[in-house]
Design a protein around this ligand. Sequence first.
Ligand SMILES: C[S@@+](CC[C@H](N)C(=O)[O-])C[C@H]1O[C@@H](n2cnc3c(N)ncnc32)[C@H](O)[C@@H]1O
Length: 350
Amino acid sequence: MGIHEDVKDYYGRRVQKTEDLVLNMCVTPAQPLPKYIRDVLNVVHEEVSSKYYGCGLVIPECLENCWILDLGSGSGRDCYMLSKLVGEQGHVTGIDMTQEQIQVAQKFIEYHTQLFGFSKPNVEFLQGYIEKLSDAGLKDNSFDIIISNCVINLSPDKKAVLKEAYRVLKDGGEMYFSDVYADCILPEAIRTHKVLWGECLGGALWWKDLFRIAEEVGFSAPRLATAKRIPVTNAELKKVVGDFQFVSATYRLFKIPASCPKDKCCVTYNGSIRGFKEKLKFDVNYTFNEGEAVTVDGEMAAILQGSRFARAFSIKPAGKVAPCSGEDPSTKSKVKADETYRGALGLCPH
Ligand SMILES: C[S@@+](CC[C@H](N)C(=O)[O-])C[C@H]1O[C@@H](n2cnc3c(N)ncnc32)[C@H](O)[C@@H]1O
């Protein structure tokens, strides 16, 4: 069987609920969940939640009215949470190749529509491959946000996945996704091990390859939101994995509009994003405090200017605004970003 068939077998038949996974990477998120997310998580139907196999939290900020696509949506837990958070005028599409997963997800559309008090469903589930979104009828420039939770590692063609994601995102759109990464390119013994592949380790990208592929496809450089080490506790799997290290990381990639200049800017957050009145932690380098002017690098300025975050910031050319702290926090904290990542991975320097 090919990789797709093996993975369908793993998530369609072999694994029936979260506890059936050999590794328990789904259990603890890298950061405590904010209350508004806990509230919505707690009301998702139990059968849907019991088949959750993700490795991170894929709920970005600023979601009202957004159109969202979930790559490898499984039983639909993240889609239902997002369905509530985007509101009735927003929309969520989940795509997954495994029929058994899609069936569970579809079974609870009406339940959640009523629970959230919507007059009609704002969520749909399609059966299809994330490497070929066009076969599922997904059009160019049609989504504000793409999320994905522990899926891209399972794909035999990661570049095709990112290319398709880039195509269907609108200009200014964001891909916000959690996945598993390795500290090196993995050897064949790990890559061809069916349980390790099914458990999301065998197909893990070397994290530097993600940066390369993202650039080749046209995305902004990946911005690390969170990272957490994945310990391989199972003795049998540990023997095969040896000293290789794995991390579950959440990255944000943006499709920056060509019209956005990439000039250093002075930006001030206005505190208007739900749940983040006082501060917005954008990634490991940038935390924006309400009302505080800070200088940001050219790419960050283009991201803020060209995306759904534009309405939450005042953005002015750097050097022309007082008071601006003058110093780009990322120049101070780039080291910190590296340390965060290496700390999570326990990496040797490459
Ligand atoms: C580890 S589970 C995660 C499911 C879901 N994101 C969650 O958090 O519960 C991986 C899911 O990705 C789906 N999947 C893996 N490779 C895929 C591909 N190439 N195309 C579509 N779906 C895929 C599997 O069918 C499975 O449902």
